[in-house]
Design a binder for this molecule. Structure first.
Ligand code: COS
Length: 395
């Protein structure tokens, strides 16, 4: 099916993504969906995504990236997600976790880490969420205290994509010093970001423990981890940008990432629609294909309208990002609408497919249902997006 492109370069990206998916994702998609063993992270696929230039596609050329626009990047995400949302997430997490270094790192930090992240040689993780700091991201309980030339880090993180397998952490925490211990300082201004080399020769460095979170509903090709820090020593020069500016770094990174999640929503919603159309044409009920019945046609019509609207919101946000405009409002609108559209479409696809949708051995709908749900939760819940939207349009 033709997708609407607003830039001629998008079509080439779609084709690249579709070819890649056919060659590298489709043969392993089912098997990856059932992995739980941490040692079985989809490393081969991650490396292939890096080799294809997908992880770094919108990263600067001089840092080993592809130098493409954010619009092209989210088109890649949309198309990969159409084929397999969990495989797509491998790529999206690599991009998300590298972004803060590209935009806030020193020249040395950029040169040292970004090319390796872009090529998939090392796996980075964006380490923000804590047991008590999810939506309330400023409420960081993990702490760092300066001791000579090192920060000493203690605390715990949870729900960290690739946190269990990553080589490099962009770690957010609360810096404890005389300035930030002042009760008058607001929580957001205490948040600081450090770059942590979590592994050496594949082994975790002393002071870090990780665990893979099991029984995840969907998105199983990409692992999710829990991390503990016990007197981890991080060299002072690994401070990212400035002390106390971590919240801004996190929010700025999440703004861009939310457009990516919106694109994931569009991709999975489109897949749900295409599967539904194909099924409605061939499934015979009461003597005719069910696609002849208005009950089904109306569902298909509603799905298509929402998908087009979600796609346009997503592309608009990406274009604003490319143009260097402020896009916090637009990325929140796109993420909210596109991920709720994905939920709507996957649910309707399930209804259209009936039992053949509910049982995974008959169709992909059951997997779409499980993979989609987290999109309304991660990188800012739908409730947080509504807060951001209302805050922006009412101020
Ligand atoms: N870009 C840059 N800076 C931003 C920003 C953005 N999008 N949003 C907020 N800030 C800045 C503000 O300008 C403010 O700076 P000053 O204090 O210097 O003026 C500071 O951050 C604090 O802003 P605010 O008071 O609005 O923050 P809140 O603590 O009220 O939190 C929400 C705002 C709820 C929107 C934020 O915590 C959030 O997005 N939470 C969800 C986090 C999330 O997505 N978690 C998912 C896990 S990551 S996979």
């Amino acid at each position: 099916m033709n997708r609407y492109n607003i830039d001629p370069r998008q079509e080439a990206i779609r084709q690249m993504a579709a070819d890649f998916a056919k060659k590298y994702i489709e043969p392993v998609s089912k098997e990856l969906d059932h992995r739980e063993d941490p040692d079985r992270f989809a490393m081969d696929l991650y490396k292939q995504l890096g080799k294809a230039g997908f992880i770094g596609i919108n990263m600067p050329k001089e840092l080993g990236g592809g130098g493409r626009s954010n619009l092209e990047y989210i088109t890649l995400i949309e198309e990969l997600c159409y084929h397999d949302a969990a495989a797509c997430l491998l790529c999206a997490v690599g991009e998300l976790a590298t972004y803060p270094i590209i935009y806030f790192g020193s020249e040395e930090q950029k040169k040292k880490y970004v090319p390796k992240c872009a090529s998939g040689e090392i796996i980075p993780a964006f380490v923000l969420t804590e047991p008590s700091a999810g939506s309330d991201a400023a409420n960081q309980q993990t702490t760092a205290v300066l001791d000579g030339d090192h920060y000493v880090v203690n605390g715990e993180k949870i729900f960290i994509m690739h946190g269990d397998v990553a080589d490099l952490f962009v770690l957010f925490l609360r810096l404890k010093d005389s300035a930030t211990e002042d009760p008058g300082v607001k929580a957001a201004h205490k948040v600081t970001a450090l770059i942590v080399e979590a592994r050496q020769n594949g082994q975790l460095v002393p002071g870090i423990r990780v665990k893979t979170l099991k029984k995840k509903m969907g998105m199983r090709a990409a692992t999710t981890g829990r991390i503990w820090f016990e007197n981890l020593r991080v060299p002072k020069e690994n401070l990212l940008y400035e002390a106390g500016k971590g919240f801004r770094i996190a929010m700025n990174t999440l703004d861009g990432a939310r457009i990516g999640v919106a694109a994931q929503g569009v991709g999975i919603a489109q897949r749900a629609l295409d599967e539904s159309i194909a099924y409605a044409k061939k499934r015979i009920c009461f003597g005719s294909p069910i696609g002849k019945f208005q009950a089904i046609q109306w569902m298909i019509a509603d799905m298509s309208c929402r998908i087009e609207a979600a796609r346009l919101l997503t592309y608009k946000a990406a274009q604003m990002q490319d143009a260097g405009e402020k896009f916090s409002l637009e990325c929140a609108q796109a993420k909210l609408y596109a991920t709720e559209t994905a939920n709507f479409c996957v649910d309707r696809a399930m209804q259209i497919h009936g039992g053949y949708g509910y049982i995974g051995e008959f169709s992909v709908i059951e997997k779409l249902y499980r993979d989609q749900r987290v999109m309304e939760i991660y990188e800012g819940t739908s409730e947080i997006q509504r807060l951001v939207i209302a805050g922006n349009i009412m101020k």
